[in-house]
Ligand binder design. Structure first.
Ligand code: ADP
Ligand code: MG
Length: 440
């Protein structure tokens, strides 16, 4: 927690930000929804495992959405930026065609969950790729401009991207739509990250207006904690191996100890070490077990869900998928124990981050909006975190971990609907001033 707080403060400071591992990017989202947001919005969700397009209708508390998942082929994830954005534009076209929207002008919100330095609500410069993406020619560029260029190259759809948000902000906004005490957004999915509401006074980097409210959401990008070596004292050999074989070695150190893209691999490395030492499976493994990345994080959830069940139903199913045929009950128990150690460490590390934020914000009561498959599907993550955060926060601080439902879509829709309303109001004012009747 000391390391985390120190990194937060370095990121927030004007002088120290350039060298800080944790960038604490101010977003241009200043307040939580008030429940009056309305309109039809197209939302994109790109940030790791799936790419989704959503069509969302907001009408106060009423939210309707339709969505579709599109695949981003591996070749595009590590190809060029032009290929990536052409692919995205093609998916948008397909989606609009399927929903009879081709000849409509519709505002778009983009949940783009990679570290971006924002210069406005719809200007977001990617600082670097994470989570398995590495498209050439995007780092250092405004992703809205790249998207608009791809849309123009096609020339057959009329969408205007009004807002870029991070998935953490999406989780916060979607939960705040139901619970006004929500002031932190947390992601535990492919990667991990958090955002929170900070005062403008504490945000030296803020260069927007200083109107009410005197606060702004900060996208911490805390996955990068440790990039400066500050977590070396808790890195294990397994962490070092995971890092070494990643496409972003030396980066996202905290994320690699916690999130879904890496947790299964950490467990696999421990299991393999035990096997090689003949402490598991009598020393005999399988090709699958020896393959990097082949022990999926969902296996950790499945194995742990057996609990005290001595029939080891799920564990045995995972073993079958890994082509492991000869094992004892003791082997099952040991693998289960390894998985629980790896996931408990992850949950505790994430809890330390959340407790640092809660203590720093020092509000009497805070709801944390959480999204991501790791949190959603792991059998104990929620309970482990609740218990650990309670131990770590200052006495008197109350908190609640709330699962966000489709935060990346709903959050983008809320922010975009507000941006769209403000843009229309501005246009109407201008028209009135120039004597042009509205709607023309
Ligand atoms: P994203 O973060 O890309 O938006 P998700 O929230 O769906 O996507 O998270 C995907 C990650 O969740 C993957 O890394 C995957 O390994 C992990 N995951 C998927 N299913 C489970 C599960 N049942 N238990 C734990 N982790 C899971
Ligand atoms: Mg997501």
């Amino acid at each position: 927690m000391d390391v985390m707080l120190d990194s937060f403060n370095q990121g927030l400071g004007k002088e120290t930000n350039a060298k800080a591992a944790v960038k604490m990017f101010p977003t241009y989202v200043r307040s939580v929804p008030d429940g009056t947001e309305t309109g039809k919005v197209l939302a994109l969700d790109l940030g790791g495992t799936n790419f989704r397009i959503l069509l969302i209708s907001l009408d106060g508390q009423e939210v309707n959405m339709e969505s579709k998942i599109f695949l981003i082929p591996q070749a595009i994830m590590t190809g060029t930026g032009e290929q990536l954005f052409d692919h995205i534009a093609e998916c948008i076209h397909k989606f609009m065609k399927d929903h009879d929207l081709l000849f409509h002008k519709i505002p778009l919100g983009f949940t783009f969950s990679f570290p971006c330095r924002q210069e406005g609500l719809n200007k977001a410069i990617l600082t670097h790729w994470t989570k398995g993406f590495k498209c050439a020619g995007v780092e250092g560029h405004d992703i809205v401009q790249l998207l608009h260029e791809a849309i123009e190259r096609r020339g057959d759809i009329d969408v205007n991207c009004l807002a870029v948000i991070n998935d953490t902000v999406g989780a916060l906004m979607s939960c705040a739509h139901e619970d006004r005490k929500c002031a932190v957004g947390l992601i535990l999915g492919t990667g991990t990250n958090a955002c929170y509401i900070e005062t403008l006074e504490n945000t030296e980097l803020w260069d927007g207006d200083t109107d009410e409210p005197h606060q702004v959401m900060i996208n911490t990008e805390w996955g990068a904690l440790g990039n400066d070596g500050s977590l070396d004292f808790i890195m294990t050999d397994y962490d070092k191996q995971v890092d070494k074989h990643s496409i972003n070695a030396g980066q996202q150190i905290y994320e690699k100890m916690i999130s879904g893209m890496y947790m299964g691999e950490i467990a696999r490395l421990v299991i393999e070490k035990l096997r090689k030492a003949k402490l598991l499976f009598n020393g005999k493994g399988s090709e699958e077990l020896s393959e990097r990345g082949r022990f999926y994080t969902k296996y950790v959830s499945e194995i742990e869900s057996d609990g005290d069940d001595s029939s080891f139903k799920c564990t045995k199913q995972v073993f079958a998928e890994l082509n492991l045929t000869k094992y004892t009950d003791e082997d099952c128990r040991i693998v289960q124990y390894v998985c629980s150690l790896v996931s408990t460490r992850a949950a505790y590390l994430a809890s330390a981050g959340i407790a640092t934020l809660l203590n720093k914000m020092n509000r009497p009561e805070v709801t944390i909006g959480v999204d991501g498959s790791l949190y959603r599907f792991h059998p104990h993550f929620h309970d482990l975190m609740e218990e650990k955060i309670r131990q770590l926060v200052k006495p008197g601080i109350k908190f609640k971990l709330m699962l966000s439902h489709d935060g990346s879509g709903k959050g983008a829709a809320i922010v975009t609907a507000v941006a769209n309303r403000l843009a229309l109001e501005k246009e109407q004012k201008l028209n009135a001033k120039n004597g042009i009747p509205n709607g023309e």
